[in-house]
Each structure stands twice: as C-alpha cells, then as structure tokens.
Design a protein around this ligand. Structure first.
Ligand code: NAD
Length: 278
C-alpha cells in the first residue's frame, strides 16, 4: 500500500513558515497586499477566491477584493488592472480564471505587470521559468515540487512522466521537474502507447481533466503518483484523474483528492505574494 502524501499538512507547514516571514516583514514596516479580481459570480470561482482570501488572512497578507459584474467590458477590466499596476501599495494582482467569453484572457494576463504576476502566467514569468531565471512560478506545479521534496523523495535522475500539456499545469510541471534534474517526458491526448510511456515513470504527474482515467495498469510498481485532477462525481464527492483505490496498491507514494495537490496551489500563491515584497 502506498504512503499517502498529505497536502493539507505540508501546505499548513508552508503557510506557517510564511506567516513568520510576513510577521518579520511587518516589523521592518513592510506590508503585503494582494488584489483579487473576480468577474461574475461563477460558484466554483467564488469558492476559490474565498479560499485565497482566507489564506491571506491566516498569513497576515492584506487582500483587496474586486467583484466585477459579468458584463463588464474588456476595456474597463484592463483599466482596473492598470490602476492596480500603478498602485504602489499593491504587491500582487490575481485575476480569477476563467473569464467570461467576451474577454480575451491572454490580453488580461499580459496586462498584469510582471512584477505583480503572482499567478506566474505572464509570458515574461513563463519565459523566466524556461531559461531558469528568477520569477514567479505557476502555483500548482510549484506546489507539486514542494510535495515531492518535502516527502523526502529525490527527483534527480528519475524518469518523470507528466500527462497533460496545459500552460498552467503540464508544461511548467515538465520544466520544473527538468530543473530538478529529472528525465522528463510530457504526454498528451495525441501520445501513442500512453500506458507504456507511463509505466516507465518513477514519478508520474497526472493532469488530464478526466475522472479516474489512470488506474494501476498505467503505473510501475513503487512509482510516485501525483494527481492534479479535481472532479465532482454524481454523489457530489470529489475525485481526481487517478483511480486512487487501484493505484494505491502499486504506488510507493500517492496524493489523495481532496487533500493532495489542491491545498498546495494556494500555499504557493501565498509564497509568491511574500516573494513579491522580498
Ligand atoms: P486542460 O484541459 O487544460 O489540459 C488537459 C491536458 O490533458 C491536455 O494537454 C490534453 O492533451 C491532455 N489529455 C486529454 N485527454 C488525454 C488523454 N486521453 N490521454 C492523454 N492526455 C490527455 O487541463 P488542466 O488545466 O491542465 O487541468 C487538468 C486537471 O487538473 C483538471 O481536472 C483541473 O480541474 C485540475 N487542476 C487542478 C488544480 C489544483 O489546484 N489542484 C489546478 C489546475 C488544474
């Protein structure tokens, strides 16, 4: 049976470390302020934004909430971002995605000043990540690296397979594992023999968006399996992209859903906010 990687515990450790750093910064007279913009009132986004505000409160970061109407024009949203870019009291800006269809997400991401891009989605943050320069790391993959390292698992020299090549999870995940000296393969919907490729993995990161798609037949004995997926099934229960009951019998370590990757994403957002000041 696999060891369960406790994302809730590890994320709390990180948040407690950050809380101390924020208290020290306050002693130096430095405050941290995160502006969170939500457009419309999609229920999932409201939950995510609420959790981010709670984490800010816990750590001692000020949060400014901008709840903008669903039918706001793109121009007006971009104007709000520009005002926040120019506001010296604001250290980080986060626009909760997805945005309504009439707004161009790429344009919005590019409008956020790179030095306030705490989600790490701006092309200049992505470029810095690729060439190994300092910059904000995208929160979910950065959180996964922390989960692996803080569980005492070494990445160097390991066969790492990532399933999924999205800009927010799969691609940056591959780059971060490479940075840790893993031997990385990124797979996707057009990959041939997915099962065979996955079976090679010492570390398998699954970010497909398909409930319970990965069962034990994709997993090498003793592999570390990280499940990024989040889905709500017909009984209103959460599950991931990994069939947990099947995979925990062959893996050496596995992340649960909920309580695995999810809490780490917010912890790393908080880390980026703290880094925005330091
Ligand atoms: P996405 O839809 O943007 O990308 C999915 C990727 O999976 C694509 O690159 C696609 O090529 C690949 N894929 C699809 N079908 C496949 C198949 N049959 N075989 C192999 N590859 C296949 O999704 P995303 O934004 O990367 O998110 C993935 C999952 O992670 C979703 O369930 C999402 O809700 C979840 N997620 C969780 C967090 C978190 O904080 N826990 C953060 C982001 C995303």
């Amino acid at each position: 049976m696999a060891n369960i990687i406790d994302g809730k515990l590890i994320s709390t450790q990180i948040k407690d470390e950050l809380k101390e750093k924020v208290a020290n910064l306050k002693k130096e007279g430095k405050q941290i302020t995160l502006a969170v913009i939500q457009v419309g009132n999609d229920p999932a986004s409201t939950v995510y934004v609420g959790n981010k505000k709670k984490a800010c409160e816990y750590i001692g970061i000020n949060s400014l909430a901008y709840e903008l109407p669903e039918d706001i024009t793109e121009e007006s949203l971009l104007k709000t971002i520009e005002e926040l870019n120019n506001d010296d009291k604001v250290n980080g800006i986060l626009v909760q995605l997805p945005l309504p269809k009439h707004i161009d997400e790429d344009k919005v991401i590019k409008t956020i000043a790179p030095e306030k891009d705490v989600d790490g989605f701006h092309p200049s943050s992505v470029g810095a990540l690729l060439i190994g320069q300092e910059g904000f790391l995208p929160c979910t993959p950065a959180g996964i690296i922390q989960l692996i390292k803080r569980s005492g698992i070494s990445i160097e020299g390991k066969e790492c397979v990532v399933i999924g090549r999205s800009n927010i999870v799969g691609k940056p995940m591959g780059v971060l594992l490479l940075r840790e000296n893993g031997t990385v393969t990124i797979t996707h919907s057009k990959t041939k023999n997915l099962k065979k490729v996955c079976k090679r993995a010492d570390i398998l990161v699954v970010a497909i968006g398909k409930p319970k798609m990965i069962d034990a037949s994709y997993v090498k004995d003793g592999a570390v399996v990280i499940d990024v997926g989040i889905h709500r099934n017909a009984d209103n229960k959460l599950c991931g992209d990994v069939d947990f009951d099947s995979v925990e019998k062959v893996a050496s370590y596995i992340t649960p859903v909920p309580g695995g990757v999810g809490p780490m994403t917010i912890a790393m957002l908080m880390q980026n906010c703290v880094n925005s000041v330091r």
